[in-house]
Design a protein around this ligand. Structure first.
Ligand code: DP6
Length: 421
């Protein structure tokens, strides 16, 4: 074989990884570089059909440097978090042989060869949904496959954790716990699956992407300020979360929605209380977020048992978890009643699993305009509406963990030159 053909090959792998939403929140680090948390957290993985990151990683002797493209734009890999993930995964790389292509990469080669990474989110980054969680999980998962890393998902999660804390929970589908760990080197701070996505498949998730003008404090700096100034955070991490984690695990095990929703809502509210207890205070929720909480609380209290749980991360978007499909259709009716769209395009106002809106009898804008007020407010003063406060809704459900995409047409890099397609 000529030297040229040996230098021109490109080997690549494409993977798809979901995002996740915490129902017991991670907020606060005990080690900033290793990203070690002050408490355990629990999350639900969201269906990657609606929210996910796709990443292609490639290696070739012809690459001059490590490069990365995010949503088509080249970004810098010089940040410490990228470097930690690349270093940790390279340290575990094993020999790779592709007989068909006549490629052999030894353990030592991985230290010399450069890689190209292209990543794409199937949801708008501007929506403020946790894109770093799916992103770092996908980067680590895809590189692990490319470099024939033998570690299991939990061990990979401890690497993804060093990219972004919440990313470690995206290595699994269903319900996931990030165990905070005790070791100083972080080796036992990793994610484990509590139950897969089939365990509790009645649940339906509706995300209200709330319009907001202001740029929020990033999670990273927000939690740093909370650790430095909030006494409530200390109390939460030491006394509250450990007990709550046990109760949440039990609620998930027993599919006990009443307990699940009570714990989820309380924990979200305590996280935002910690933000208020931070000096200077951090406000992630806005008036629209508060309205959504009131609507859900009022409805839940008018029923015999809770129908919907709410949770909010470091921004105003509401993640609403309905106990089943019936509750989800009643939820969508309520949300559309209070938050009619600004435009007349229903198709872009409800995205994801559109069948839930159809079940709720919503097939067009006129169906929204004629929705009756929810019965739980019938004795009150005619309720106000808040047109335009929600940008759009995403209907989804709990979903599976990372997968490889073996069809080369789904790759984001060109197999000839390793550059974005
Ligand atoms: C409110 O994982 O984004 O979403 O570890 O600094 O990258 P870094 O922070 P990040 O924080 C997520 C915080 C949260 C709660 C959660 O997902 O548990």
């Amino acid at each position: 074989m000529g030297g040229d053909s040996q230098q021109n090959w490109v080997l690549m792998v494409t993977a798809q990884t979901p995002t996740n939403i915490a129902v017991i929140k991670y907020w606060g680090k005990r080690d900033e570089t290793l990203i070690l948390p002050v408490n355990d957290s629990i999350s639900v993985t969201l269906d990657p059909n609606h929210l996910c990151t796709t990443t292609t990683v490639a290696v070739s002797p012809s690459f001059q440097q490590d490069r990365m493209w995010l949503n088509g734009k080249e970004i810098s890999l010089s940040g410490g978090r990228f470097q930690s993930c690349l270093r940790e995964i390279r340290a575990r790389a094993c020999e790779v042989e592709d007989n068909k292509k006549g490629i052999k990469i030894t353990k030592e080669d991985w230290g010399k060869f450069h890689i190209h990474i292209a990543s794409y989110n199937n949801f708008p980054t501007a929506a403020g949904l946790a894109s770093s969680a799916a992103g770092f999980a996908c980067l680590v998962y895809a590189l692990g496959k490319l470099m024939n890393v033998k570690e299991d998902e939990s061990q990979l999660s401890a690497i993804a954790r060093q990219g972004s804390g919440s990313a470690c929970r995206s290595l699994f589908g269903g319900f996931v716990k990030w165990i905070m760990g005790k070791e100083e080197n972080g080796s036992d701070s990793l994610a484990v699956q509590l139950a897969d996505e089939k365990h509790w498949d009645d649940l339906v998730i509706v995300i209200a992407v709330v319009s907001s003008r202001q740029k929020e404090t990033s999670s990273t700096s927000g939690m740093r300020e909370s650790v430095e100034t909030s006494l409530l955070l200390q109390h939460r991490a030491k006394e509250v979360v450990p007990k709550r984690i046990l109760k949440m695990e039990e609620a998930i095990r027993n599919r006990d929605f009443a307990s699940f929703s009570q714990l989820t809502c309380t924990d979200s509210n305590q996280f935002h209380a910690v933000c208020l207890d931070t000096s200077p205070p951090i406000f992630y929720m806005n008036d629209t977020s508060h309205r959504i909480i009131s609507i859900v609380e009022k409805w839940n209290r008018s029923e015999e048992a809770p129908q919907v749980a709410y949770t909010f991360d470091a921004g105003p978007n509401a993640v609403l978890i309905a106990r089943n499909r019936k509750a989800a259709t009643l939820l969508i009716q309520r949300l559309l009643y209070y938050f009619p769209p600004n435009s007349d395009d229903l198709n872009s106002y409800i995205i994801g699993d559109k069948s839930i809106a159809k079940d709720a009898g919503i097939n067009g804008i006129p169906d929204i305009e004629t929705l009756p007020p929810p019965p739980e407010i019938k004795d009150n003063i005619p309720s106000q509406k808040y047109k335009g406060e929600v940008s759009y809704f995403i209907c989804t459900r709990p979903g599976r963990g990372p997968v490889l995409l073996s069809d080369e047409s789904q790759a984001l890099l060109n197999s000839e030159n390793g550059l974005p397609k």
